[in-house]
Design a protein around this ligand. Structure first.
Ligand SMILES: Nc1nc2c(c(=O)[nH]1)N[C@H]1C(S)=C(S)[C@@H](COP(=O)(O)O)O[C@H]1N2
Ligand SMILES: [Mo]
Length: 336
């Protein structure tokens, strides 16, 4: 993963949506018993409510409000990265390699209709259409840390459902050992797929993989939203993976296929630079990237991205108590 010069960024500090406002908003919606999932925000009576909290001159927000349940796996003590930064500082190389490219180039990305197929070594192959993605499972809010391998981090209130729920529905066969994921391939819509230069030299589609036990872990989420609404295209709409104890590149966006296999599947960054990016990619402050230290990270919070404070990186990104047992007996230096 290339570290880009910061010059391209144009985050306006005044656009920050403080998390207090987000939490306030959420409380008000709950108090009103608002359930508007399935309707475009602009068509709901609640649109005005959001406008009164939001800033002026924002482009039309196509994201729909989603209602969610609270979850014991959500870390409510984390201070959130402001919503505008989650929406404007992205890695999604299908739309270009600069952090500002996905937000700039993905606005017309078509996420509806959408199909995501779950197949391979399962007893019951499943296809979810766009509406099924939001209706098949209860949607939970999960506030998680996100640690990019480039040594920056965010705290994000995701919405989604456990990948395990989906896999159980598909019925993994006893010989299934791994889960492979694939992003949409559509060079007409994704300029990075049409040009090797724009797309950072990746052979698309972007692919990722997990061991089956990692995929079934209750922290592993299929995310369909963040900050109370459906995902923006730049964050991987309509559905993406979130594995909070692994480097961000494992959390593959805009997924169209999930395949259970008996072999370790190929993964995009490992294919591109196997000495730098492994299959496991567990966050580990004691195993450095060949070109930089992983001991600390820049936390992207309130204020300018470039004055963001450095903080120590935690083993398994802070999820050691929950996931360390998955890797007992595994040499984490070799299996980076
Ligand atoms: N298909 C696809 N998925 C992807 C990427 C990508 O370039 N293409 N980038 C990854 C990286 S490196 C990170 S850090 C996260 C960033 O997610 P976010 O932009 O929603 O914060 O998405 C991951 N998923
Ligand atoms: Mo990343």
């Amino acid at each position: 993963m290339l570290i880009k010069k910061p010059s391209q960024l144009s985050l306006n500090e005044n656009e920050a949506t403080p998390e207090t406002i987000y939490k306030q908003r959420r409380t008000i919606l709950k108090a009103l018993g608002i359930t508007v999932a399935g309707l475009p925000l602009a068509q709901t009576a609640q649109a005005g409510l959001f406008d009164s909290f939001g800033k002026k001159d924002k482009p039309v927000d196509k994201r729909r409000v989603l209602t969610s349940e609270s979850s014991p796996y959500s870390n409510r003590a984390l201070s959130l990265t402001p919503e505008d930064k989650v929406l404007q500082y992205n890695n999604f190389y299908e739309f270009g390699t600069d952090k500002s490219d996905p937000a700039a180039r993905a606005q017309n990305f078509k996420t509806n209709p959408w199909n995501i197929e779950i197949g391979g070594l399962v007893s019951n192959p499943i296809t979810l259409g766009y509406e099924d993605i939001f209706k098949s499972f209860p949607i939970e809010e999960r506030i998680y840390r996100l640690r990019c391998v480039e040594a920056w981090s965010m705290n994000i209130p995701w919405l989604g459902f456990p990948l395990a729920s989906l896999l159980r529905k598909a019925g993994p066969l006893s010989n299934a050992k791994y889960v492979a994921f694939e992003t949409l391939y559509d060079p007409k819509q994704m300029p990075g797929q049409a040009s090797r230069r724009l797309g950072g030299g990746i052979d698309y589609p972007y692919v990722e993989g997990l061991r089956l036990d990692e995929a079934m872990h209750p922290l592993t989420l299929m995310s369909v939203g963040l900050y109370g609404k459906t995902l923006a295209p730049q964050n991987g709409a309509p559905i993406r993976l979130v594995v909070p104890w692994k480097y961000g590149f494992k959390s593959i966006k805009s997924v169209v296929r999930i395949t259970l296999t008996d072999n370790q599947p190929p993964t995009t960054w490992n294919l591109l630079a196997p000495n730098e990016y492994g299959f496991y990619a567990n966050v580990n402050p004691r195993v450095d990237h060949p070109r930089w230290s992983q001991a600390s990270e820049r936390f992207i919070g309130e204020g300018s991205i470039f004055s963001s404070r450095r903080q120590p990186t935690k083993m398994f990104n802070g999820y050691e108590a929950q996931v360390a047992s998955l890797y007992q007996g595994l040499d984490l230096k070799r299996n980076y």
